[in-house]
Design a protein around this ligand. Sequence first.
Ligand SMILES: *[C@@H]1O[C@H](CO)[C@@H](O)[C@H](O)[C@H]1NC(C)=O
Ligand SMILES: *[C@@H]1O[C@H](CO)[C@@H](O)[C@H](O)[C@H]1NC(C)=O
Ligand SMILES: *[C@@H]1O[C@H](CO)[C@@H](O)[C@H](O)[C@H]1NC(C)=O
Ligand SMILES: *[C@@H]1O[C@H](CO)[C@@H](O)[C@H](O)[C@H]1NC(C)=O
Ligand SMILES: *[C@@H]1O[C@H](CO)[C@@H](O)[C@H](O)[C@H]1NC(C)=O
Ligand SMILES: *[C@@H]1O[C@H](CO)[C@@H](O)[C@H](O)[C@H]1NC(C)=O
Ligand SMILES: CC(=O)N[C@H]1CO[C@H](CO)[C@@H](O)[C@@H]1O
Length: 408
Amino acid sequence: MRSISFSLISILPLIGRALGGTCSAKGASTGTGVVGVAAVATEGTTSSVSSAIVDSTAKVSSSTSNTDTASASSATSSNGNTTSSKDPTISPGSNPNFKFKQPDKEKCDCGYKVSGLGDIYMPFKFEFNFSSLENNEGFKSGDDLKEHGWRINDGKWVGGPNSTGLTEGGQPESISHCIGDPSSLSIKDGNLLLNMKGAQTAAPNQLHCPEIIHDNATLYGIFQSEIQWTDTPGTCQAFWMNHTNPNQFADELDIEVIGGAIMNPNKEGTAPGIWSTNWDPAGDPNSPLPNKEYTGIPHASGENGSGQPTTFSEDPTKDFHTYTIAWVPGTYSPRYMDGKEIGSPNQYNAIHPMEATFNNWSNGAKGWSAGPPIEDSIMKVRSVLFYYRTEEVQSLPSNCKVEDVCTV
Ligand SMILES: *[C@@H]1O[C@H](CO)[C@@H](O)[C@H](O)[C@H]1NC(C)=O
Ligand SMILES: *[C@@H]1O[C@H](CO)[C@@H](O)[C@H](O)[C@H]1NC(C)=O
Ligand SMILES: *[C@@H]1O[C@H](CO)[C@@H](O)[C@H](O)[C@H]1NC(C)=O
Ligand SMILES: *[C@@H]1O[C@H](CO)[C@@H](O)[C@H](O)[C@H]1NC(C)=O
Ligand SMILES: *[C@@H]1O[C@H](CO)[C@@H](O)[C@H](O)[C@H]1NC(C)=O
Ligand SMILES: *[C@@H]1O[C@H](CO)[C@@H](O)[C@H](O)[C@H]1NC(C)=O
Ligand SMILES: CC(=O)N[C@H]1CO[C@H](CO)[C@@H](O)[C@@H]1O
């Protein structure tokens, strides 16, 4: 999730990407769990990754959370063996409606067939309702939800670029990284609140904002969440997949909204709606080229993307709605809102291990987040339901029978 401007002021994304890449390398030294996990996943040390997943599964399911991750990996990942299965072809319009069903069996140790997407096979499940957590006024550390399978960004930059002295249309503009801050996330009445706190100044190391990351690197999956956005101007709110390599790649699958540009354009002129974006997985974060780096939304006038958001048919700030990122093999990675396909990129599908992430940030850049906001802006997340594969387990484990797979 980056600073992208689809308007005419498209110089910002270029600069954003350049700085983003530079600073992500720096960010790697501000050690939270972020760096550790990234290193594990990208070095391909498969046994440590998979045993971590198995450990976490055991821990989470015996705790108070609602996690019910398949234990299918334990047998499989110990020898890394899987049998192959054929993936369905998902293309624009082929699956216009999508819904998970309740699993049709009680025990799903051999994984899941997702009936809404051509019975695609996913070995693991992660389900979490924030209602399983007590109210709090703000988290204290990046590890506060570690036992539940989450990392909170503590001290690493979030979202778009930073720089000073940039000009947009000749106007000086202050663009500063938003820094991950656990106290910007809290639990209230069963929801996770992500608050880009109001009245902050866009200056170096002054902006603080919330980001939470599912602490498991996945490689394909269907990631769903119930979210209520806010229209407070001056933030970018996102549910997205980010790659796990701190120094390379620009791989992202994004769902984003701009506070202030939900149902109507904001005062900076950003088009209203929900943005689905993919970034070139092989992109160089240090030398971005917008037409090469991302695609927007299929559109009559453009082959793979015209760079326009899908407009909302009802105001999504009034209540929770269900948002889904279906990261499936192939070129197309459909997104859904309340089970209906929205404009989604058909290019630059992600190929690296990725982690599901939520954030709410501002860096002051007029072409995208704008802001920072004057008042608190609270995005809410109620629950997540993820079915996914990992680098090691891509298909039905050899010790499993097809008839043991649950249908969801
Ligand atoms: C989590 O929340 C969803 C949606 O609110 C609900 O359907 C589901 O039953 C909940 N799961 C658990 C285990 O409470
Ligand atoms: C993997 O499973 C296949 C099919 O069951 C088997 O033929 C093969 O020997 C296994 N390989 C390993 C390394 O266990
Ligand atoms: C850019 O962000 C880093 C922290 O991520 C900070 O140390 C640096 O001062 C920032 N630079 C500018 C020009 O804002
Ligand atoms: C994506 O994750 C990588 C690896 O942790 C990190 O370096 C990068 O900054 C993240 N991207 C964004 C836009 O936050
Ligand atoms: C559109 O996407 C397809 C599939 O990824 C790709 O082969 C093609 O080059 C893209 N077209 C353009 C104009 O980028
Ligand atoms: C994001 O931040 C803005 C600005 O502080 C706030 O109005 C909004 O409620 C926040 N969104 C979430 C989901 O927390
Ligand atoms: C590979 C990976 O990220 N594994 C993590 C899965 O989640 C558990 C619980 O948070 C972590 O302990 C693992 O490191």
